[in-house]
Structure formats: structure tokens, C-alpha cells
Design a protein around this ligand. Structure first.
Ligand code: BV8
Ligand code: ZN
Length: 248
């Protein structure tokens, strides 16, 4: 199966990759399917990642995001992230299109050197004032107060897309444009549940692209894609990319 995937990706003219929390799992960042632990053991991510939760208890939600941000600060990109950055460079160097659509908010792709990254769900490194809208990347962890305050006095929220919120229009537009033109679509480390990203595979398939999934467990799209490989992206992606980049 690995060789089939390699031979599908090798001739691609326009590759679109979609990543989910599974790609960051080997960096030590819990996925959304992982049960929340510690202080958050009694919550589900879907309950905390909403505007209603922040409106109801801004301190608790801000604290949850700040703890996740602090955890990200101690994590580093894993071989799967680095492989995707190498793959992007290989496609760009050989004059082909490459777009990385990520549902992840940790910015590990960018830290691994990926440049053509579309953040579908924002990032927990940028925080935005709910009153004046001022937003800034915040690298110092943790915040002194939760939620952090804006110079205008307003509360600041994490710059992520919560459940029930629209995805950033520009990110969504870039994603749909990339999907409309791709000939290979690669879904990596995602449970393929959260919309609208979960439906991207159908857009790719309907325009005739070859669709591929690499994930630890089977998902609702495992029976839809042309090739579905079960395994860890941190182990499989380096093997795939080595074959693609080394053997011309
Ligand atoms: C919206 C940021 C329009 C916050 C996140 C139909 C159409 C439109 C909307 C909906 C719809 N049906 C339902 C909805 C609503 C909702 C939705 O999809 N709900 C789900 C629960 C059904 N969607 C929305 O609200 C979206 N907004 O559609 O706007 C709109 C607006 C108003 C009214 C109507 C429509 C917004 C969704 C964005 C939410 N924000 N993140 C934060 O981070 O806190 S989503 C969040 O959860 C993540 O970003 C991620 O996207 C998602 C979890 O998914 P995964 O990344 O796949 O992670 P998961 O843990 O699920 O899976 C990891 C996989 O990796 C597992 O399968 C595991 O086996 C595998 N794995 C683990 N380790 C490894 C591995 N694989 C390989 N290697 C490993 N080592
Ligand atoms: Zn403000």
C-alpha cells in the first residue's frame, strides 16, 4: 500500500494535503479524540471550544487555551511535520502546486518549515480583543491573567475558529480554489468528522483527483478514498517522502 501511495503522489501536478490533530500527536499534543485530562477531565473539547462557553465563563475557557498554548511551547515538530515541509519544497522546486490545509492550531507545520499553510481553524498563538478586534501573536506563556485584557480594556479570546463559527473567508476560499485544481488529495491524521473540512475529500474526488488517507484509525472517509493506509504519520510520511524526493 505504501508503494501504491508513493506512485500516486509521484506524478501529481497539484497536491493538496489536509492535516488534523493526529499529525501533531507524536509531538505530544493530545488530539480532540483523546479524552481531556486533569482539570478538564469533566469536559469535552466540543463543549469548551464554543463562543457560548467563552461568554459563560471567559476565565475557564481562556485558561484551557492558555494551558494548550503553554504545552505547545514545550513541543517540537515531529518527523511527520518535517516530511511535509520537505515534500512542499520538492513540489515547489519541480514547478508544481502544493497546498497544506491544516485544522491544527499549534503552528507546528510552520515551525517545521512549511510555508504554503492555510490555517482553517485559526491558531491559539494569536489572541483577539472581543471589543476592538485588535489581535496579536502572543509568544510569552502563560498569560498573567485569564482572559488577558486588551489595551482598550476589552477581553481577549484565542484566535481560533470555535464550533458554530464561520471559518475565515480567505482561508476557505483558498482551500476551495486549491481543491478545485488538485489531482491528488492527501488526508492525514484527521478523524474526518468536523465540517466543512471533512467534506473536502468529496470535492477533490468529484473533480477526478486521486484521494488518499493516512490515519491511525478508520474514519468515515476510509471507504471513500482510493487508498486508505492505517498507521502513524510520524513514521509513514518520512518513508513516503524519502522515496519521492530521493528517487527521481
Ligand atoms: C462551520 C479550533 C459554518 C478550536 C476546531 C455541517 C456543515 C457545517 C457545519 C456543521 C455541519 N455539521 C456540524 C457542523 C458544526 C460543526 C461540526 O463539524 N461539528 C462536528 C462535531 C460534527 N462545524 C463547525 O461548527 C465549523 N463551522 O461549519 O461554520 C456554520 C456556522 C454557523 C452555523 C452553521 C454553519 C467550525 C469547526 C471548527 C471548530 N474548531 N478547532 C480548538 O482547537 O479548540 S475543530 C477541532 O476539532 C480541531 O481543529 C479539529 O479540526 C477537530 C478535531 O478533528 P481532528 O483534527 O481530526 O482531530 P481528532 O482528534 O478528531 O482526530 C485525530 C485523528 O488522528 C484520529 O482519527 C486518530 O485516530 C488519528 N491519529 C492519532 N494519532 C495519530 C493519528 N493518525 C496518524 N498518526 C498518528 N500518530
Ligand atoms: Zn480592545
Amino acid at each position: 500500500m505504501l508503494n501504491e501511495i508513493i506512485e500516486c503522489v509521484r506524478p501529481a501536478r497539484s497536491l493538496v494535503v489536509l492535516t488534523g490533530a493526529g499529525v501533531s500527536a507524536e509531538s505530544g499534543i493530545p488530539t480532540f479524540r483523546d479524552a481531556l485530562t486533569g482539570l478538564w477531565a469533566n469536559f469535552r473539547a466540543e463543549e469548551l471550544a464554543t463562543p457560548e462557553a467563552f461568554a459563560r465563563n471567559p476565565e475557564m475557557v481562556a485558561r484551557w487555551y492558555d494551558e494548550r498554548r503553554a504545552r505547545c511551547a514545550t513541543c517540537v515538530p515531529n518527523p511527520g511535520h518535517h516530511a511535509l515541509a520537505t515534500l512542499e519544497r520538492h513540489f515547489v522546486d519541480t514547478g508544481r502546486d502544493f497546498v497544506l490545509l491544516t485544522q491544527n492550531v499549534d503552528r507546528l507545520h510552520q515551525r517545521a518549515g512549511s510555508q504554503r499553510v492555510i490555517e482553517l481553524h485559526g491558531t491559539l498563538w494569536v489572541w483577539r480583543c472581543i471589543d476592538c478586534g485588535r489581535e496579536r501573536e502572543e509568544r510569552v506563556v502563560p498569560f498573567a491573567s485569564h482572559p488577558p485584557r486588551c489595551e482598550c480594556g476589552g477581553l481577549r479570546r484565542p484566535g481560533v475558529v470555535w464550533f458554530g463559527e464561520m471559518l475565515p473567508a480567505d482561508a476557505l476560499e483558498q482551500a476551495y480554489t486549491a481543491l478545485a485544481g488538485c489531482d491528488v488529495f492527501l488526508s492525514l491524521g484527521t478523524s474526518a468528522i468536523v465540517e466543512p473540512a471533512a467534506s473536502f475529500v468529496y470535492l477533490a474526488r468529484d473533480r477526478g483527483a486521486t484521494t488518499i488517507e493516512i490515519n491511525l484509525q478508520s474514519t468515515p472517509i476510509s471507504g471513500v478514498v482510493d487508498h486508505s493506509l492505517s498507521g502513524k504519520t510520524g513514521e509513514l510520511l518520512p518513508q513516503i517522502v524519502e522515496q519521492l524526493v530521493m528517487k527521481i
